[in-house]
Design a protein around this ligand. Structure first.
Ligand code: 1PR
Length: 562
């Protein structure tokens, strides 16, 4: 098939979409000038970033009018995320900027009172267009959307379900008690609020259906009279899934190869290498391991460059190649951490953290995770009476790529005290696990440089300040638990969960299936991350998921068919 084009304006990770299209056996060309839009036979618009900047760029580049003409000419269009939102008249995100106005309605901010925003993770898409057409397995076909499949969403704004534009709505999704439009389809126009290129095989099926479809209709060509419109069902609770994340701590071994490693304890950080018999413990090559975890059903993959405290010139960032290669075969969100900060190359050239993050996004990362630099930024923020500078890595990256792209990796350790009065400047909690001398209270001290140095900041100060700066998610490690296989630190997690409204990932300490069940049953975390047990093949991800499913904890079940 010729004439497949991508409308990109450089605001985020579109590499995964291109990789997904290639994996399905198609080539896609980039729109480079307005004239290309009218040359296209099929067009995919993977809108990224904020609604306003996406629309402004379309206008500045003179793409808006040819895009409207393209759609009016009944050629096939697919919008993804902001690419779907742009079809509406406007958005609360940037009220003064108009959308393309092809579909009546306005994109609205989710109600934050009853739920965590952004809506980030896996959720269902329930088709309200029921087609009297069944495939050979007897399932209804809706643009590749299979009943029961879940898709990856990451957004704070959405179009609420509206009966008046029902003919446009293909599926709806429930988040909290809100029902919003998760995909649209009418004639030649198709769009998803979720990211098919990040939704595993379920997403690849949708892209495949779009790429293979012909004629003016993305749906399997059916007579309109055969489509039955239903009202969305409102459930007592949404069907949002808990995420299981595999984390790969990556470092360079003595031969200069990048390997995944996992020390038994955090104190391996104090040694020059985390070694077994004089060798860096090599638990697999990062790209192969990530692929294995994708096949086993990981909902996300996180890479942490644990030797990032060393200086690393931008031209020689070892993780860029890992991301590029991983994103060719792994179609779930990828996070990269370690060394996201301002860099000075050996020749004296300065690169801002924003530039560094940009390199990672272009190489296939969906999120960057910031550790040490977040602690320094919060120290300055607190010293400056909580006035935002606008110049920190968190703020600049969140502004350019959206909050959802900025994760804060916290490396706290417990400091025990006899009474809260001993630490009046820190947030102290009563613990059920007293300290070595029976101390009944503790606070969590933040560390930098992979736990090598403690700072005078507690976790509470860190996470609330980072949220105020625009961070979109917290990756909550715990140095006392890391590598111990003794379960997550539930006291820490509950305390952080109470303090912020952004999603929290529990990390450090998973040793058996029940630890995952426990963290989801006893805290409200959105995701649980583990490293050691997966790397050492002690427990496959599938076992964890089956265990959770048996306990009625909602997880994503992958159907690896295309
Ligand atoms: O400070 O922005 O350059 O980021 C450095 C990043 O590298 C931070 O996210 C920091 O947590 C991480 N890091 C640095 N040194 C180490 C080390 O282990 N020597 N790893 C390290 C952090 C914690 C998690 C681990 C979970 C789950 N390890 O990555 O995977 O605790 O472990 P488990 O399931 O085996 O218990 P910057």
């Amino acid at each position: 098939m010729g004439g497949l084009y991508l409308l990109d304006y450089g605001a985020g990770n579109v590499r995964s979409l291109v990789n997904a299209v290639n994996k399905l056996g198609y080539e896609i060309e980039w729109i480079k000038e307005p004239g290309d839009i009218l040359k296209a036979e099929k067009l995919i618009f993977p809108g990224v970033g904020a609604f306003g900047s996406a629309m402004q760029l379309l206008v500045e580049k003179n793409y808006a009018e040819p895009l409207k003409q393209f759609i009016a000419s009944r050629k096939q269009f697919m919008g993804i995320c902001v690419g779907l939102q742009a079809l509406f008249e406007g958005s609360e995100e940037n009220p003064n900027i108009s959308g393309l106005g092809i579909i009546p309605g306005t994109v609205k901010l989710f109600n934050k009172d009853d739920k965590v925003v952004p809506h980030m993770g896996w959720n269902e898409a329930n088709c309200i267009k029921e087609i009297k057409y069944k495939n050979e397995l007897g399932q209804d076909i809706h643009c590749g959307i299979k009943p029961g499949s879940v898709y990856y969403f990451v957004h704070s704004y959405a179009v609420p379900y509206n009966e008046k534009i029902k003919e446009w709505i293909l599926s709806t999704t429930q988040y909290g008690d809100e029902i919003f439009i998760s995909s649209i389809q009418k004639d030649n126009v198709f769009g998803t609020q979720f990211h098919p290129e990040k939704s595993g095989y379920a997403g690849l099926r949708i892209l495949k259906s779009f790429l293979e479809s012909s004629g003016n209709n993305n749906l399997v060509v059916v007579d309109d009279k055969k489509i039955i419109m239903k009202n969305p069902t409102i459930l007592p609770k949404d069907r949002f899934r808990k995420r299981i994340i595999a984390c790969l701590d990556v470092r360079t071994n003595d031969h200069g190869d990048l390997v995944v490693t996992k020390g038994d304890q955090y104190d391996v950080r104090e040694r020059t290498t985390d070694i077994t018999n004089g060798q860096v413990r090599n638990l697999g090559k990062p790209v192969d391991l990530a692929r294995r975890y994708f096949d086993e059903g990981a909902d996300e993959i996180t890479f942490l460059n644990i030797t990032s405290f060393r200086n690393c010139p931008l031209v020689d960032l070892p993780m860029l190649e890992i991301l590029k290669r991983t994103s060719e075969t792994v179609f779930v969100p990828l996070t990269i951490g370690g060394g996201i900060r301002d860099i000075i190359d050996p020749d004296g050239k300065f690169h801002s953290a924003l530039e560094v993050a940009g390199e990672y996004f272009r190489s296939g990362a969906d999120k960057v995770s910031i550790g040490s630099d977040a602690v320094y930024a919060v120290e300055n923020y607190l010293a400056n009476n909580k006035i935002l500078s606008g110049r920190t890595a968190i703020e600049t990256i969140a502004h350019a790529y959206g909050s959802q792209a900025v994760v804060i990796s916290v490396d706290p350790k417990r400091i025990y005290v006899n009474s809260p009065d001993d630490e009046p400047n820190h947030h102290v909690i009563k613990t059920s696990y007293p300290g070595p001398n029976g101390e009944p209270w503790c606070w969590y001290q933040c560390t930098v440089k992979g736990g090598r140095e403690g700072r005078d900041i507690d976790v509470h100060q860190l996470v609330t300040s980072c949220e105020a700066m625009g961070a979109g998610e917290i990756l909550l490690n715990c140095m006392d638990k890391d590598g111990t296989n003794s379960g997550y630190d539930l006291e820490l997690i509950n305390d952080v969960k109470k303090a912020v409204r952004i999603p929290v990932i529990a990390s450090s300490g998973a040793g058996k299936e029940d630890h995952f069940a426990e963290v989801f049953a006893k805290t409200n975390v959105e995701a649980a991350l583990a490293a050691g047990i997966f790397h050492r093949r002690e427990i496959p991800i599938k076992h964890v998921k089956n265990y959770l499913k048996e306990r009625y904890i909602l997880i994503r079940d992958e159907d690896p068919s295309l």
